[in-house]
Design a protein around this ligand. Structure first.
Ligand code: FPP
Length: 237
């Protein structure tokens, strides 16, 4: 494994709508193309040695979109899994989710749960779909779980950063090294707020459906050239 490759990358896959608009096609066409691109980037990330790739597939705010678009977005996991599960298995990629799936239709949940079960023992990269995910909700849910544990006596320690990490939906994953946002908006949009504290950020004007594996590699190369100091001084070795 190349030690310079980020272990955990998170992506805000923005620009599906604008991609479609430029082509005079419906927004759903952009989401479809975006789903195809999830495959391309996941395969590339896995081939490069990334261990965890977390993708913002549906935010807690996306419910505000027209019902028709929400319905289409709900169907994307099935499209993705039907088309690409075989390849994910061959590549040893495991599927996981963060976020509250309980609000999703049974069919969407079932497809995701089956894919998680089938890929459970895959050992290469974990592909995490953040679905009905919100960074603030992640934090508040974590606090509530801690309060329950503390009040019931299951946990006696006062809160620390390390302990708090264990109450987040990302508890089992390494720190996020690099966060990429496509389509040139400089916002976090309520994604992984706590987890991105020391993450390197990379923004590109490319729309998600056009974000190629080559550009992904460019983002990684850009990351490896940065000096990460975590608030300290530069290591001169
Ligand atoms: C933002 O683009 C994108 C989304 C809200 C959905 C992202 C989802 C995918 C790319 C596919 C997910 C795949 C699976 C398998 C779950 P936008 O619609 O906000 O674009 P715009 O800002 O140009 O309108």
């Amino acid at each position: 494994m190349d030690r310079n490759v980020p272990q955990h990358i998170a992506i805000i896959m923005d620009g599906n709508g604008r991609w479609a608009k430029e082509k005079n096609r419906p927004r759903t066409a952009g989401h479809y193309q975006g789903t195809e691109n999830v495959r391309n980037i996941a395969i590339k990330a896995n081939d490069m040695g990334v261990k965890v790739l977390t993708l913002y597939a549906f935010s807690t705010e996306n419910w505000k979109r027209p019902q028709e678009e929400v319905n289409y977005l709900m169907g994307l996991p099935a499209i993705f899994i039907t088309k690409f599960l075989k390849e994910l298995m061959e590549k040893g990629i495991k599927i996981a989710t963060i976020g509250d799936l309980s609000a999703f239709p049974d069919s969407t949940r079932k497809v995701l749960e089956e894919a998680m079960e089938k890929t459970r023992d895959n050992k290469n990269m974990t592909l995490v779909f953040a679905m009905n995910y919100g960074g603030r909700k992640d934090i508040v849910d974590g606090i509530n779980r801690y309060v329950d544990d503390y009040v019931s006596g299951r946990v006696r320690e006062k809160m620390t950063e390390e302990l708090f990490n264990s109450y987040l939906s990302t508890a089992e994953y390494p720190e996020i090294d690099l966060m990429i946002r496509t389509s040139l908006d400089y916002r976090l949009s309520n994604f992984l707020l706590w987890q991105l504290s020391y993450t390197e950020l990379y923004f590109t004007d490319t729309y998600w459906p056009d974000f190629t594996p080559e550009e992904f590699e460019k983002a990684i190369n850009n990351f490896t050239q940065r000096s990460r100091r975590f608030g300290g001084l530069k290591d001169e070795n």
